[in-house]
Design a protein around this ligand. Structure first.
Ligand SMILES: [Zn+2]
Length: 293
């Protein structure tokens, strides 16, 4: 039997002594000190952040993320293993290529640090349980999509559509769940309703304004978020995303940095709001609903 741990108290003590929610036993993993789990999340986050940089650079351009191996975009020199250590190599080389001294964007170490920070936040938020894995995968995809949309106005299917499939598998094959069919239907239902709602907005805008206000990538992104975090949190993220994107647009217009016909990367705001929803969505929704009691 797989033992499921759940943290019923915040991580404050030095060890995770939490009984399994099903049988009450305290399995071996519970005796791992908190700092070991958090350090593992930090190192894993830095490594996955490094991989995320490759995805961000190549997926919108429809390039393979496997071959060729990492190389300098200017001189083409392959990046050796010792120059590929997350964050440290960038600092050691003063943000330049070892061969041609071309500048390497600060975005690389920042994405690595952000991924590590999000993975650690996931562990501290729920403790080392299955949901932590679900949250960490969602954070990885959302961070990548936020950066890709900001830079290229593209939300690649490799992240959104694959993300829906990964969320489905993580939910249905979560250890300890008893009603696999019910979880499967619920997950698909959440994704479909979220997609349908945004598709309606997309279609209305197209009919009224006779041009596209939203990309279909945004529709797939919201469906992916609903598959990972459920419909209520995805809707909360949509609300925050629309609000922050509108605020951003107003500031741009007021400063004459944009015209009314310019497009803004809504997917970046939506994905950013999705990350916020993972950590703060439930208390925010509960706070809002408290006004109606
Ligand atoms: Zn170079």
């Amino acid at each position: 039997m797989l033992h499921i741990l759940r943290l019923d108290r915040p991580i404050g003590c030095c060890r995770l002594l939490v009984p399994c929610v099903y049988c009450g036993c305290v399995p071996f993993v519970a005796f791992i000190p908190v700092w070991v789990v958090v350090t593992a999340a930090l190192l894993g986050g830095l490594m996955f952040g490094s991989f995320l940089n490759v995805c961000i650079a190549r997926l919108p351009a429809h390039q393979s993320i496997v071959t060729p191996s990492s190389h300098c975009p200017r001189c083409g020199a392959p990046i050796r293993a010792r120059d590929n250590i997350p964050v440290l190599s960038w600092l050691w080389l003063h943000g330049r290529c070892r061969a041609c001294h071309a500048r390497i964007s600060i975005q690389y170490p920042l994405v690595e640090l952000a991924t590590a920070a999000l993975f650690m936040a996931c562990v501290l938020h729920t403790g080392p349980v299955w949901q932590t894995l679900v949250d960490a995968v969602a954070c990885f995809l959302l961070l990548g999509l936020a950066v890709m949309d900001w830079q290229t106005m593209l939300l690649p299917d490799t992240f959104t559509v694959t993300g829906i499939a990964v969320a489905f598998l993580l939910k249905v094959f979560a250890p300890g769940i008893r009603f696999h069919a019910r979880v499967a239907i619920r997950t698909l239902e959440d994704a479909a309703i979220a997609a349908a709602m945004l598709l309606l907005v997309w279609a209305l805008y197209r009919i009224v304004r006779r041009r596209e206000g939203l990309g279909l990538g945004d529709v797939k992104l919201l469906a992916m978020m609903a598959a990972f975090m459920g419909l209520p949190l995805a809707l909360f993220a949509y609300f925050v995303g629309v609000l922050s994107a509108a605020l951003f647009a107003v500031v741009l217009l007021a400063r004459h940095k944009a015209r009314g016909s310019d497009r803004i990367p809504f997917g970046s705001f939506l994905a950013g709001a999705g990350i916020l929803a993972i950590f703060a969505g439930k208390p925010a929704i509960a706070w809002y609903l408290s006004f109606y009691r």
